[in-house]
Every structure is written in C-alpha cells, then in structure tokens.
Design a binder for this molecule. Structure first.
Ligand code: ADP
Length: 210
C-alpha cells in the first residue's frame, strides 16, 4: 500500500514518540482532529499504527519487513559473489597489469595448479614494484603478492554482513570466496570459487535501499 504524504508524516511522528493521542498528532501537524480522522483510520486498519483506547497511537513494526541490517545477515556471499579474476603466480607483473585492465579489476587473486589460493596482488603492490628498479616483464607476481596464510577470505555460506565487515576491518577491496579441501598430503587448501568485493557490497546496498 502507498501512503499519502500526510500519512507518512503521521507515521514518522508516532514512530518518534509513541504513544501519541490523536490530539497531539493534530497539534503537531497543525490540523484539526476531524481532518486527520480518515488517515488515522486507514493507518490503524492497515496495521501500520495500533490504537489503544485512552492511551493513544503506537507504531507497529512491520512483520516480514526486516531492516537492511537483518537482510545483510540473511543474505549469503555465494548468491552475490562475482567470477574470480584469477592468475597464476608465474605471470609477470606486466601481464598482471594487462589482466587487471582486461578483467576491469583492481586486485587479482593468485592461484596454483588446482585453483588453490596462493595470494593476492593489488594495484598498490604493482605501483610499489613500479617505483623500484624491477623489470616488470621479467619478475613474476609471486615476488610482490601478499601470500597465504595472510589472505583474508570468505566462504559462500557466510553472510554478506560478515564479508563486508572483513573488507572494512582489513581495509581491503577484495575477498577470495573459497571452499576448503584436504589434498593428498593431508594439507588444508582453499579452492577459489569467486570473489566478493566492495563493488558487490555497494550494488547490494543500492538494491536493498531501492
Ligand atoms: P589497493 O592496493 O588498490 O589499495 P587493497 O586495499 O585491496 O587494494 O590492497 C591493499 C594491500 O592488501 C595489498 O598489499 C594487497 O596485496 C593486500 N590484500 C588485498 N586483498 C587482500 C586479502 N583478501 N587478504 C589479505 N591481503 C590482501
């Protein structure tokens, strides 16, 4: 149901200071009680407000209409992740720059032969290397990447809120989305199945707010 401008004003008032009598609402809006009566009837009949005799009007939390925070708790990373822009650790820094442009990303996930997570290379890592005297065509990204076990990652079934918190807390742009497995040597490795980035969070924020 679409509320009128006046009804929205009434709801905002009652939300701020429940309970409010019809008289108090009318005074605040500089209207007569009679003018307000149809609006108050609609708002109570549709369950937006609750009228308690001799007490006043209360705002009723809408069941099933959860807040953005609640939704971000419920939504899973797996449903919002992007494809991983992943490269092998043997590629040169120069080729990593090319890959960033062709994939339109600011960070690359570095993987091994079995798509297992090895590290991350970001724009700043490359800028830092470019300031030095390294041969960008010769030096592999393995030399400049942030490597495991120092990579912050996320699972598909973690909440998008948890993932966004990791991005904010560690001041990074990209989280590799991984699935852990044990290889034949008994080591725990992390297969890269996607990436979750600040852009995913921004898009989701816009979607939830619209
Ligand atoms: P930028 O370099 O554009 O600021 P980031 O903020 O993502 O991009 O990266 C900052 C630093 O953190 C870089 O050194 C990068 O290698 C490292 N880094 C990027 N992503 C991760 C991650 N998921 N876990 C750990 N370190 C990361």
């Amino acid at each position: 149901m679409r509320l009128s401008e006046r009804q929205i004003k009434i709801v905002e008032l009652v939300k701020k200071s429940s309970p409010m009598t019809g008289e108090q609402i009318a005074n605040q809006l500089k209207l007569t009680r009679a003018t307000l009566r149809p609006d108050l009837t609609i708002l109570t009949m549709t369950g937006v407000l609750e009228a308690r005799p001799r007490v006043g009007y209360f705002y009723k939390e809408q069941p099933g209409k959860s807040s953005i925070a609640e939704k971000m708790h419920q939504l899973r990373v797996g449903d919002f992740k992007s494809m991983a822009a992943a490269v092998k650790e043997s590629i040169s820094i120069y080729d990593a720059v090319v890959s960033m442009f062709t994939n339109n990303v600011g960070s690359l996930i570095v993987i091994g032969e079995e798509r297992e997570l090895k590290g991350m290379v970001s724009r700043k890592d490359i800028l830092k290397a470019a300031l030095g005297k390294v041969d960008l065509h010769q030096v592999p990204i393995a030399v400049i990447m942030t490597r495991m076990p120092n990579i912050i990652m996320v699972n598909s079934d973690e909440s998008v809120l948890e993932a966004a918190r990791k991005l904010a807390q560690h001041q990074i742009d990209t989280l590799p989305v991984v699935e852990s497995y044990i290889n034949e040597n008994g080591d725990e490795l992390f297969e890269v199945v996607g990436r979750f980035t600040k852009t995913n969070v921004t898009n989701l924020f816009v979607e939830l707010g619209s």
